[in-house]
Design a protein around this ligand. Structure first.
Ligand code: SF4
Ligand code: MG
Length: 315
């Protein structure tokens, strides 16, 4: 049983142009309990928009989003408050969700209080527990955000998200701003927390090595559409969509015995305002045939294992 089921269209206004585009364009995607679903694609592919649609930070213009069996596509403020307790976002820069003038104790304490998770002395107990969970000393509760390193600040951001005891966490580039050595620690923390707290993640990142390490399944986006979804080993080992193949070929893969040469894509990424007719990848695909320029391929294959949206998938 899927935790979330989506068929989404999300429109955003293109800055300056006043035009709207389908940043998330008829995406159909299930997220299963306990999994880490990696979401990859170049910048502008719609990953972040999809993440914000899933957590209803952005409105969904068409389609359906269910969470835990409940249709939340059209949920209004009050209903969303209770849903938000169960789905949280973590961002690249935790500072955006941390008030620089408040001690960690006050920030997190308020979250616990507002959401009725703990009151009075139980708050202190829960705060100490949260710090332990994210690997920080409890004395740090009396510090301000600027007194932490980048990695520690992300741990605070994670503690803030965990304070409401969510089931689903959508993490948007949570380690991209960190030094490589710190990245590994935070990635490990995510893995530990998933097991310990029974969490489900949607993990958005452009770093394919990180995604490969943390994800049990991976979805690849191109111009607002999902072009391939598969179990991590299957997708990285034998990508079936030409775009996935090109994306992966750009990363050195020292563990693979067969090293493919880098596949360079011809041409620019088309404007999301004016995506190509038929397959959106057809203007850059080395395998495009006439059909590709006419008919948009839909995701097909073994749902839950490996699906691909291509008329001529790679064997
Ligand atoms: Fe390439 Fe055609 Fe497949 Fe699109 S549908 S990825 S253009 S082969
Ligand atoms: Mg982004």
């Amino acid at each position: 049983e899927a935790l979330t089921k989506n068929f989404l269209v999300g429109k955003t206004v293109w800055p300056g142009s006043g035009r709207t585009l389908h940043a998330v364009d008829e995406i159909s995607l299930d997220v299963y309990p306990g999994e880490t679903l990696g979401l990859v694609g170049e910048s502008g592919s719609g990953k972040s928009t999809l993440g914000r649609c899933l957590t209803r930070l952005y409105d969904i213009t068409a389609g359906r989003l269910t969470f835990d069996g409940q249709d939340i596509s059209k949920a209004e403020k009050r209903a969303l408050t209770s849903v938000r307790r169960r789905m949280q976002m973590i961002f690249q820069d935790p500072s955006s969700s941390l008030n620089p003038r408040r001690k960690v104790r006050d920030m997190l304490g308020e979250v616990l209080d507002v959401h009725d998770i703990a009151k009075g002395t139980a708050i202190d107990e829960r705060l100490a527990e949260l710090m332990e969970i994210v690997g920080l000393r409890r004395e740090y509760l009396d510090r301000y955000p600027h007194e932490f390193s980048g990695g520690q600040r992300q741990r605070i951001g994670i503690a803030r998200a965990l304070a409401v005891e969510p089931a689903l966490i959508v993490a948007d580039e949570p380690v991209s701003a960190l030094d490589v050595s710190v990245q590994a620690q935070i990635v490990n923390l995510f893995a530990d927390l998933r097991q310990r707290l029974n969490l489900t993640y949607v993990f958005i990142a452009h770093d394919l090595a990180v995604v490969r390490q943390v994800s049990s399944r991976v979805a690849v986006m191109y111009l607002g559409s999902i072009v391939e979804v598969g179990e991590t080993d299957a997708l990285f080992g034998a990508p079936r969509h030409p775009y996935t193949q090109a994306l992966l070929s750009a990363v050195p893969q020292p563990h693979n015995r067969v090293r493919q040469g880098r596949i360079l894509l011809e041409g620019e990424i088309p404007s999301p305002l004016d995506p190509p007719k038929g397959c959106k990848f057809s203007t850059r695909c080395p395998y495009a045939k006439p059909l590709c320029h006419e008919v948009r391929p839909q995701l097909a294959g073994d749902a839950g294992h490996h699906t691909v949206a291509c008329h001529f998938p790679l064997a």
